[in-house]
Design a protein around this ligand. Structure first.
Ligand SMILES: [Zn+2]
Length: 206
């Protein structure tokens, strides 16, 4: 499997269809060295979406489909991504969700289908960004019912922002990688504490 946006941050893909949500989140610019925003141009966005839909079809047994994007879809997808990132960051205690943006997550309806073997699938509807929104929100809902939703997180390092799946036993991770992002932030905090301590011992006189 090649989940292109997520692989850029060297994080493991989330389980099941939740990786589709993780993929959208990881199209953002970020990381070190800084990766470009895959939704900045129609070419890169379409290339990314084609790969995601292929992988999604292969992983879930759905029919492979192509969703054609047009220029104005890019802004819609970025709004969806921003709203999702804010919502995930807010529940991790590192940001506030903007209630006013709730309406932006309205999607096209989905169709529920039951196959002869009794398997029920959720099929997104609509075109372009609306169809992608429909697919992403359907996977959010499925993830909630599976109990995996709370484990999808945004790395707390402000210059990283990778969307990662928390595999820790007690679901307590806040960095996508504690050795890199965690260490950098802890080092910065301890330097600031030392500086504040030195200044209080030797105050600068006016
Ligand atoms: Zn990180």
């Amino acid at each position: 499997m090649s989940w292109s946006a997520t692989e850029r941050f060297e994080v493991r893909p989330a389980p099941g269809g939740l990786v589709v949500v993780q993929e959208l989140l990881n199209t953002s610019a970020g990381g070190r060295p800084r990766k470009p925003d895959l939704l900045d141009t129609l070419d890169s966005a379409q290339g990314w979406l084609d790969r995601v839909l292929d992988e999604w079809a292969a992983a879930s047994g759905r029919t492979r489909e192509r969703v054609a994007l047009i220029d104005r879809d890019l802004d819609e997808l970025k709004r969806l991504r921003t709203r999702l990132r804010q919502a995930l960051a807010a529940r991790g205690g590192n940001g506030a969700a903007d209630e006013a943006e709730d309406a932006l997550l309205a999607a096209e309806p989905v169709t529920l289908r039951m196959a002869a073997d009794s398997t029920v699938t959720v099929e997104p509807q609509g075109d372009g960004a609306r169809r992608v929104t429909s697919a992403v929100l359907a996977e959010c809902l499925l993830s909630q019912t599976l109990g995996t939703w709370q484990r999808l997180k945004i790395c707390r390092h402000d210059r990283c922002g990778a969307a990662f799946y928390d595999h820790s036993r007690n679901s307590s991770a806040v960095w996508h990688d504690a050795r890199t992002c965690g260490n950098t932030v802890n080092l910065r905090a301890s330097r600031e504490r030392r500086r504040a301590h030195q200044e209080s011992e030797h105050p600068v006189r006016p």
